[in-house]
Design a protein around this ligand. Structure first.
Ligand SMILES: Nc1ncnc2c1ncn2[C@@H]1O[C@H](COP(=O)(O)OP(=O)(O)OP(=O)(O)O)[C@@H](O)[C@H]1O
Ligand SMILES: [Zn+2]
Ligand SMILES: [Zn+2]
Length: 800
């Protein structure tokens, strides 16, 4: 008897365990762990992952699996174990861990159908089903036939079936070739009846080709129809075949092959220990701390080359926002078709195809955003995380994992190096390098010994005092003019995070709020509407203050559009490219805008976070930061760190090649240490200062933190559940652990649901996850049926 244990696609705590099923004889040898199967679960068919095979089960009456959904396993043994580990580490359901590892196309899609059981005479069913046995739910619903069908289900003439659909479809193309020799073809053509003109054209077209040609191309080139082709196939002159084709997002791009650079002394020193660990097969985590433009990417490329030479594979993670065409190009130009790329700009089908290249070992290197850490490689020789300090490596929904932790887990298993690279490492990572947990590798010099750009910090309060009301300080404006005269390029950076355009009454100070969330509405200039970024609520912009009826109500804050307008007034001759969510939402637009800038078709690149990273253009000699401190005031203990990192990153875009760079940072709080030290580009000093603050506040890296948020529409309930959770943990956890709460969350209400939280700070709580799991189980009933949400974030990056 063949039995398999399956994790089923039902996302609740109750079902977060293995269910046993029998494997019908015909599939005994076929079914393997890691395959997806469809299985009966209650009255439905659902998708599941086979975790293990066994001969015995404690369950008496087992049901059969319905059918396999894969030919080969989609999760290998390593990934199956990794999912188990992940679910324990971040307290998520196993099914969500496994789903996170696969491309979206492989998530189950369910279809409900009615199945006719009685073939007798029934006019209603005859009409509804026609000659078929099955009828799709949505069609029945459209016909308003559901109530009558319900009757038939009750008396057993119809049943409901659930079908698990595979969304993961492969792209295929129809190809044709001639099966005749050239001479035979010529004879056929000669003997064709005179009215078979079209057939003649097609056969003549195929005279000179021996390889299969896509049908589509033949039709286009000969201006014929598929009927013509079909009759030629029927006559036995042509042969048709179906070929699978990858959707290649970079199909139309040419990549010029690059060769490795001769490494500088500093680069050589840094790469030696990495190569040693590749050659001698041991795991080590390196923190590669190199200033912007010091040549970190070249270190990655040459290390990967070593790995490929050994016949092994490489994973490279890049923050989503930095997965620019320029970045992809650097890898594709060095390794050609060995590179697969995974990021959110690809369509579902393209992602699926890139993933399959990896699974089939047709790619050696994957360059991708966070989830590429689960690439199904089997002999990994190196894992690289570029810009390791980026918060986007933490997933902010279940499973709430951090790619860095997964990287180190896999690195240990594969006995290979893990490289964390950054000009501004996260405080946690740098602290670990100081303690010797990670090996620190530093590069302090830029290529060609080019100086880091000089930074000047401008106090915008001073500007205002001296009568300058513009969003540009006099210094920045002068420099902007100067670059335009010199035909050099400028990057203007506007920090939008934590800073949106809101509408305020100038008389009474009233700010327009979302009626469902305790947060102000954002003004959208293009549609002239107010929008809530949390729940999607929209309203028109009022021309009167709802509070005091004053007409002096208008929007504040600086959006990229507003800056663009101002630029066109002050510097009408400047050619500006604006890059933000609005101008880059269309596929390929990001790439196009950057190419424009690179080709010198613009003087100023104006943008948000998305231009802070990865840009490496020789003609950029000025970087202006319009509003350095907007992030500083967020209720987040990492606010200073984020500000420092971002300012350093943006500044690093200037003067990377021959020309010298300058940076102007505008701020209202020039005395804040994160701005001052970003200006001085002094990471070490910043690290010392910030560590002191973290120690004072009992924050990471001195303490671990876990954030519990309770959400429900009934405020009383939220308060009482949070209180009970806090009490429970107070009783269970050690006295050294700090428990803050219950308190309202920084955003107290989203979409009419109230939010309370409890923050844990601890040095050692080996049983914490056990206690937390107990709480989740305890509230399971209310979570499934009463709309209660308890979100647990181990090592949170968003404190709202
Ligand atoms: N050994 C070398 N010889 C000559 N040029 C090099 C060498 N290494 C790197 N470069 C070039 O120097 C420039 C900066 O290098 P790179 O972009 O790799 O730096 P980085 O540290 O990754 O920068 P950032 O973190 O700021 O993006 C690039 O144009 C790169 O091609
Ligand atoms: Zn008012
Ligand atoms: Zn809202």
């Amino acid at each position: 008897m063949q039995i398999v244990s399956v994790i089923v696609d039902v996302p609740t705590m109750n079902t977060d365990k293995l269910f046993d099923y029998l494997v019908p004889e015909k599939w005994t040898n076929f079914i393997q762990p890691g395959m997806r199967v469809s299985v009966p679960f209650g009255p439905r068919m659902i998708q599941g992952f086979v975790i293990e095979k066994k001969d015995q089960s404690d369950v008496k009456k087992l049901r059969n699996i319905n059918e396999p959904l894969d030919i080969t396993p989609v999760l290998n043994e390593e990934l199956l174990n990794l999912g188990q580990w992940l679910s324990e580490e971040v307290l998520c359901l196993k099914i969500s861990a496994y789903q996170a590892m696969l491309p979206a196309a492989m998530k189950a899609k369910y279809e409900k159908v009615f199945h006719r059981l009685d073939r007798g005479m029934n006019p209603f069913l005859d009409e509804l089903f026609g000659k078929k046995d099955e009828l799709r739910w949505d069609i029945a619903s459209k016909n308003n036939s559901l109530p009558l069908l319900q009757e038939h289900i009750k008396n057993g003439t119809v049943e409901i079936k659930y079908i698990v659909k595979n969304k993961a479809n492969k792209k295929t193309v129809r190809m044709i070739t001639s099966v005749l020799s050239k001479d035979e073809l010529l004879t056929v053509i000669k003997n064709l009846p005179s009215n078979a003109l079209k057939q003649k054209v097609v056969l003549e077209y195929l005279l000179n080709s021996t390889k299969p040609i896509p049908v589509k191309k033949v039709l286009e080139d000969t201006n014929s129809t598929s009927t013509t082709i079909k009759s030629l196939i029927n006559k036995g002159y042509l042969k048709e075949e179906i070929k699978e084709e990858y959707r290649d997002p970079y199909e139309h791009r040419q990549f010029q092959k690059t060769t490795p650079f001769q490494l500088t002394m500093e680069q050589q020193q840094v790469i030696n220990p990495i190569i040693k660990s590749i050659e001698e097969d041991y795991h080590e985590t390196f923190l590669l701390n190199g200033v912007t433009g010091s040549g970190k990417t070249e270190i990655y490329l040459q290390s990967i080359q070593k790995v490929i030479n050994k016949g092994m594979e490489a994973i490279v993670l890049v923050p989503e926002i930095a997965l620019t065409p320029q970045m992809v190009e650097r890898f594709k130009s060095r390794f050609g078709n060995d590179v697969a790329v995974l990021h959110s700009g690809l369509s579902i089908g393209e992602k699926y195809d890139e993933w399959r290249k990896i699974q089939r070992k047709e790619a050696k290197v994957v360059v991708g955003a966070r989830s590429a850490i689960f690439a199904p490689f089997e002999s990994i020789g190196i894992i690289i995380i570029d810009e390791e300090h980026e918060n986007s490596y933490k997933q902010e929904e279940n499973p709430r994992y951090h790619a860095r932790d997964v990287a180190i887990y896999r690195g240990k298993l594969h006995r290979c190096p893990v490289i964390l690279g950054s000009a501004t490492p996260s405080l946690e990572s740098f602290a670990r390098s100081q303690k010797g947990v990670y090996t620190l590798l530093s590069m302090k010099k830029r290529m060609n010994n080019q100086e880091l750009p000089s930074v000047s910090i401008v106090d915008m309060r001073e500007e205002l005092r001296e009568g300058n009301r513009s969003m540009f300080s006099r210094e920045l404006f002068e420099k902007l003019q100067d670059r335009i005269n010199k035909k050099q390029q400028t990057v203007l950076f506007l920090n939008r995070r934590g800073h949106s355009s809101f509408v305020m009454c100038r008389d009474c100070g009233y700010v327009l709020q979302c009626p469902h969330c305790d947060i102000s509405l954002t003004y959208h200039r293009f549609s002239n509407q107010m929008k809530c970024h949390y729940c999607g609520y929209e309203s028109v912009v009022p021309d009167q203050c709802p509070e005091c009826l004053s007409e002096h109500i208008r929007y504040f804050g600086t959006g990229t559009q507003k800056v663009e307008e101002e630029l066109s007034k002050l510097l009408p001759e400047a050619r500006v490219i604006r890059m933000d969510v609005d101008t880059t939402s269309r596929k390929g637009s990001h790439e196009k805008l950057l190419r424009h800038f690179q080709d010198g078709k613009a003087d100023i690149l104006l943008g948000t976070q998305m231009i802070a990273k990865g840009l490496d253009f020789p003609n950029i000699t000025l970087v202006g930061v319009l509003s350095a401190d907007t992030m500083l005031h967020l209720p987040d203990f990492r606010a200073s760190e984020k500000t420092f990192q971002l300012l350093t990153q943006v500044s690093g875009r200037a003067g990377r090649h021959q020309l010298v760079g300058e940076v102007v940072i505008q701020t209202y709080t020039p005395e804040h240490y994160s701005i001052e030290l970003a200006g001085a580009q002094d990471y070490d000093q910043f690290y010392q200062r910030e560590m002191m603050m973290r120690k004072l506040g009992s924050y990471p890296p001195f303490y671990f933190i876990t954030l519990i948020t309770v959400i429900h529409e009934d405020l009383m309930k939220v308060v009482s559940v949070t209180e009970k959770i806090t009490k429970h943990l107070q009783a269970k956890l050690s006295n050294d652990t700090i428990i803050l709460g219950p308190t309202t969350s920084p955003i107290p209400r989203i979409n009419n649901r109230y939010r309370y939280q409890c923050l844990l700070k601890y040095k050692r709580e080996p049983d914490l996850n056990k206690h937390l799991r107990y709480l989740l189980e305890h509230y399971q009933q209310q979570i499934t049926s009463d709309g209660l949400t308890i979100s647990i974030d181990v090592n949170p990056y968003i404190m709202m």
